[in-house]
Design a protein around this ligand. Structure first.
Ligand SMILES: [Zn+2]
Ligand SMILES: [Zn+2]
Length: 308
């Protein structure tokens, strides 16, 4: 092949040149590998370090400012290029350009973004960009700081005050369960717990968490559940009514193998099913009753360990 020369700078070019009449450098002058703005600003939540550009808040891969900046650049600036997978990007943060606020928050930093063409790593392009960071609280953290925000309520009840120790035990389990949920997703938390007659009310940050707690309790306890909802307003953006959901949970006052006395008759708790209980009377005859039955009849419970 005869020698060829760049039509612009006159440098010798070969078969790998991106254009039949131009060298890499001159080609890139006119056709940069990627185009990004000189300046880019986004927001970081002061409390949870999620980041956002418009509406949605995103969880960073790591709660580290360098990582958050990289995440934001990739998500908001480089995404269309990353999708095509034709360019490899490096993001270099210029530590000397950092500007901090009076509260020691990073306000601005310059980054150098270098892109290399996958097919030919000699084809590179780099551009500087100034990153400006604004700080505010995401919606979830506003609610968390406010402390009284809730969407749903779970009411835990026992049949009489004597059994309140049982509520305490259940509450302890729920709290550790919710703590783990919160670590995974900060929108799920108990906003308030109030003491009520024969139990407590839990005010919950989401509707999902109410259902999670109910499933969690189903795996461990027997109870009747009554759900209700109350119209509290309207979501104008989505054109939907907003309801506050409430779940009333009444725990069965006994466990398997306990003995109960109803109208002077003794029954042994033989089996507890999903919503029925199989009792055995003193002649060992089995009787099946719905959970509801035990909340309408005055009954005395003799714990298994107390039975002689
Ligand atoms: Zn050239
Ligand atoms: Zn937040």
């Amino acid at each position: 092949m005869p020698n060829r020369f760049c039509a612009i700078c006159g440098k010798e070019i070969n078969a790998f040149s991106p254009h039949f009449s131009m060298c890499y450098e001159c080609y890139l002058e006119e056709h940069p590998l990627f185009e990004i703005p000189d300046k880019f600003s986004f927001k970081i939540c002061l409390d949870c370090l999620k980041y956002n550009k418009k509406e949605e808040w995103f969880e960073p891969i790591l709660k580290d400012i360098d990582q958050i900046i990289e995440d934001a650049i990739q998500r908001f600036i480089l995404k269309p290029y990353l999708k095509k997978r034709t360019i490899d990007f490096k993001i270099l943060l210029d530590e000397h350009s950092m500007v901090f606020s009076s509260k020691d928050l990073l306000k601005s930093i310059n980054v150098n973004i270098i892109g290399t063409l996958n097919e030919n790593e000699k084809i590179m392009f780099a551009q500087d960009m100034q990153i400006v960071i604004n700080y505010e609280l995401c919606k979830n953290c506003v609610n968390l700081r406010g402390g009284s925000y809730f969407l749903s309520i779970i009411q835990l009840r026992v049949v009489d005050e004597q059994k309140l120790f049982f509520i305490e035990e259940v509450l302890e389990k729920i709290e550790s369960y919710v703590k783990n949920l919160f670590l995974k997703e900060q929108r799920h938390y108990i906003s308030k717990i109030s003491d009520e007659k024969n139990g407590v009310d839990l005010y919950l940050s989401t509707n999902e968490i109410m259902n999670y707690i109910i499933s969690f309790l189903r795996g461990n306890y027997h109870f009747i559940l009554k759900r209700s909802k109350k119209l509290v307003g309207r979501d104008i953006h989505r054109g939907k009514n907003l309801y506050r959901l409430k779940s009333l949970i009444k725990f069965l006052p006994f466990r398997k193998k306990d003995t109960i006395i109803i109208k002077n008759k003794k029954f042994k708790i033989d089996t507890i099913l999903k919503n029925k209980v199989i009792l055995k009377n003193e002649s060992d005859i089995k009787i099946t009753k719905d959970f509801k039955f035990f909340f309408n009849e005055p009954l005395t419970v003799i714990k298994e360990e107390e039975v002689d």
